[in-house]
Design a protein. Structure first.
Length: 579
């Protein structure tokens, strides 16, 4: 294999107290051929292989990753250097085997050492080519002299520019000034005598002028930071026009004298664009135009078609193309098809209200006003299996037609199937959407039902697509929902996901629901930190978003959502972006 890249260094990476995976962008022949340095200010610590970190992808042409045992803090940086040994261990014998891979490996190692030395030289102070080598000693001696008189030089630097120019013009006097350190210390604090100093120490102000330029530059370019700074790097006031790189937003920001501004799209605008793409995908699915929507290195799925879901890699999910939602299969708690009961039926069956399919269900034998007080749907749990029902979830309507619904119902229980006791009255929405009702404690009973307490809409019959009665609120099964893989235009190593969902079950993000992202087709999945960004989405839904998650480099990206603790996490849309 050739050594086609001249890269032999990666970083420095700024820590955040969480991330432990960092990329190195060059090939190595052995895991020991890396030097990992953790820095805090000017203090550097060389980390120990297998104790502080491990290495992956040894021999890969594009490099690989290291995994730290302890994540660096936001005050620390991590730098990764190639550190090949300066030894040659290939022993070739006369008329012995001569393998091309062996010779090429030796050449590769030699090239890597050359790059390693080149990287070190790039960080070294080098004299111009025209200088004789013996001039280095004299230069070092002069630097030591100047360093010992830094405070005096700074004082001279404050002298008006006219006098600085006069002093700078006398270049021949630098050696004399360097040798007369005692006189410099005396003259420096006396501003009135600057003219005299200018005649004998010309280049000292010139050096000071360069130092001033460097200080000025450091006030304008503040480097990389995770949050907006309130002072410059010396603790002084921010200068108008100052710049820095925001490692969290991955964007340059400039200071306008009052606040920091980014030339990139704001988080709010970016999220609005993501939601708009979700709604477009939902509309495309409902109208039969297409499935998920794909733009440059982004996809959005409104879940009105199943095309964006990897069904083989997903489990315990329920997909509803009519409502455009996907979520965990209900655990049903108490409800089972064997227990389903109902009043007179015109089509469907009571058992179809607990089959997890919204396109089937039960339709009453009565219609219009004849439904009220007559039509009902419920469960018979058996005399030896009485249930203390505490939650009801109901989907009304028939195949998306919300007129097959009632606006009021009575929750009732019975211990003999003939004498019924009112538990509570619930207000139902005339729409085929998920409605959840929490019930007060009433003790265990054999029979439970919902009795229509109003007429059915548009003189139609009453239809119930799904009905779940449970003894606790958290009854959903643990879902794994994996998207299909999408091809990026080039290698990517970061991904971000945004999800809109029904917050009725009030899941705790990061605990009850997690999001994992991949950039290499699912070979490596990376758990992403999630945060709520809005509780006022469409129809009161909640919006959550992951961080811009680092992932193993590749061209195939996707997402995997997992639910836990019985939470009913009903997703209305997903947007995924990579770069």
């Amino acid at each position: 294999m050739t050594v086609a890249s001249e890269v032999s260094r990666s970083g420095p990476y700024i820590g955040n107290g969480v991330t432990t995976i960092f990329n190195y962008g060059f090939r190595i022949l052995d895991e020991s051929h890396l030097k990992v340095i953790r820095s805090l200010g000017s203090a550097e610590t060389v980390l120990t292989l297998h104790t502080d970190y491990i290495v992956s992808d040894v021999g890969a042409a594009g490099g690989g990753q290291i995994a730290l045992v302890v994540p660096p803090t936001s005050a620390q940086t991590v730098t990764i250097l190639r550190d090949a040994p300066f030894t040659q261990e290939i022993d070739l014998e006369n008329q012995g085997p001569y393998f091309a891979d062996t010779i090429e490996g030796a050449f590769d190692l030699a090239a890597m050492r050359d790059q390693q030395l080149s990287e070190r030289l790039d960080r070294a102070v080098v004299l111009p080519a025209s200088n004789a080598s013996f001039s280095l000693e004299a230069l070092i001696a002069d630097i030591i002299v100047l360093a010992s008189n830094l405070s005096a030089i700074n004082a001279v630097a404050a002298i008006p520019s006219g006098n600085v120019s006069a002093v700078a013009g006398v270049a021949a006097s630098i050696p004399a000034v360097a040798a007369a350190t005692a006189n410099i210390a005396i003259v420096a604090p006396i501003a009135a005598n600057v003219t005299s100093v200018a005649g004998v120490a010309a280049n000292i102000p010139a050096v000071a002028a360069n130092v001033t330029d460097i200080n000025n530059f450091s006030k304008m370019w503040l480097g990389s930071k995770s949050t907006d700074p309130s002072t410059d790097n010396q603790g002084g006031a921010l200068q108008n026009g100052a710049l820095y790189w925001n490692t969290t937003d991955r964007a340059f920001k400039s200071y306008d004298g009052t606040s920091w501004n980014s030339g990139a799209v704001s988080d709010t605008d970016r999220r609005n664009a993501a939601l708009a793409l979700i709604y477009q995908a939902k509309l495309y699915g409902l109208t039969g135009i297409g499935t998920f929507r794909r733009v440059l290195n982004q996809i959005a799925d409104g879940f009105t078609t199943i095309g964006g879901i990897n069904t083989g890699a997903s489990s315990n999910y329920r997909f509803d193309n009519i409502l455009g939602i996907v979520g965990p299969v209900p655990g049903f708690g108490a409800s089972q098809s064997a227990f389903a009961i109902a009043s007179s039926t015109s089509s469907g069956s009571a058992g179809q209200t607990v089959d997890g399919v919204l396109t089937t269900g039960w339709i009453s034998g009565e219609s219009g006003a004849g439904v009220s007080g007559v039509s009902w749907i419920g469960q018979n749990f058996g005399a030896a299996n009485a249930k203390h029902i505490r939650q009801i979830i109901i989907y009304q309507g028939s195949n998306g037609d919300a007129t097959y619904s009632v606006t009021s119902g009575k929750v009732q229980w019975s211990d003999n199937g003939s004498s019924w006791t009112d538990h509570s009255t619930i207000t139902l929405l005339a729409t085929q959407s998920r409605q959840v009702f929490a019930l007060a404690a009433s003790g265990p009973h054999q029979y439970w039902r919902i009795l229509a307490n109003s007429a059915a809409g548009a003189a139609n019959r009453w239809a119930v697509a799904e009905l779940t009665m449970s003894e606790s609120a958290d009854i959903a099964t643990a879902m794994v929902l994996t998207t299909i893989m999408h091809t990026a235009d080039a290698n990517v190593n970061r991904a971000r996901a945004l999800i809109e969902f029904d917050n009725s079950a009030n899941p705790t993000v990061g605990t009850d629901v997690t999001v994992e992202l991949t950039c290499n087709g699912g070979t490596n999945w990376h758990a992403a930190t999630i945060a709520s960004v809005s509780t006022n989405g469409q129809s009161g839904r909640k919006i959550i978003e992951t961080v811009d998650q680092a992932c193993t480099v590749g061209t195939l990206f996707g997402a995997r959502i997992k639910t836990f603790n019985g939470k009913d996490f009903q997703m209305h849309g997903l947007q995924l972006a990579v770069h």
